[in-house]
Ligand binder design. Structure first.
Ligand code: DC
Length: 227
């Protein structure tokens, strides 16, 4: 178990549109932890490459861009932002073009190394709820708080469509699961939650109750903010 001095890291991994962002935000808000969306960091690099006409399938060029770009981490309203040359591309990274480019960028080992260093650095902001694909397996494998979310493909496609996004989720999951570098997989000891028939409130409650039980077993308690 994490010691009293060590910040706590809650790792939430899972398939695309499995509710990671919504639940990670709910858990972070309830516990007063800092929320980190690691997918947004990969999206930011993909956006940066597109903007600078760097071919996202050119591994060397993307790795070089990742080595050179000028970024800073910022924590605003308990949420970590990755800024590029002082700019936070919040909306720009959610386009279909970026969604199509990002799996290529995310498959590059040197990019993943940079992301690991940067994502681990977020600990300086305090207790974290970090969501992604490899948080429990590669970024913070030492944490005792690992969750893996999933839902049926039809349900996940329905959620994406409700957000106004048409996307081939099966293809993206396949690319994320089959890449050589840190593929999407269930971390050892992770609690798997299939939330096809659960609301976000029910899913986040399951996670919060599990965190509390684990902390209690270690003789620690954590205040939960009312919703
Ligand atoms: O969660 P998202 O759709 O915003 O993620 C964007 C892409 O980044 C997705 O294709 C998988 C990749 N990703 C990753 O490889 N590792 C992470 N920790 C987070 C995202």
């Amino acid at each position: 178990m994490a010691s009293v001095q060590q910040p706590i890291v809650i790792a939430i991994d899972g398939t695309s549109a499995s509710g990671k962002s919504t639940n990670a935000r709910l858990v972070a808000r309830a516990l007063g932890f800092v929320y980190v969306d690691t997918g947004a960091m990969y999206r930011t690099l993909a956006w940066h490459c597109l903007r600078h006409h760097i071919d996202v399938q050119d591994e060397k060029a993307v790795a070089a861009a990742c080595r050179r770009w000028k970024t800073t981490l910022q924590c605003v309203d308990n949420q970590v932002r990755l800024l590029v040359e002082g700019y936070y591309p919040e909306r720009e990274i959610r386009t279909a073009e970026v969604s199509a480019a990002v799996p290529h960028v995310a498959a590059i080992p040197k990019v993943r190394l940079w992301m690991k260093k940067t994502q681990r650095d977020c600990i300086r902001f305090g207790n974290l709820v970090m969501e992604g694909r490899d948080i429990g397996t590669h970024i913070f494998p030492e944490t005792d708080f690992k969750y893996y979310l999933d839902a049926h493909l039809e349900e996940r496609s329905r959620r994406r469509a409700a957000d106004g996004v048409q996307e081939n989720l099966a293809a993206r999951d396949q690319r994320d699961s089959q890449r050589a570098a840190a593929p999407l997989m269930i971390a050892l000891g992770a609690k798997v939650i299939n939330n096809s028939n659960l609301t976000a409130e029910q899913t986040s409650r399951l996670i919060i109750e599990d965190i509390q039980a684990r902390l209690q077993a270690a003789g620690r308690t954590l205040a939960v903010n009312p919703r």
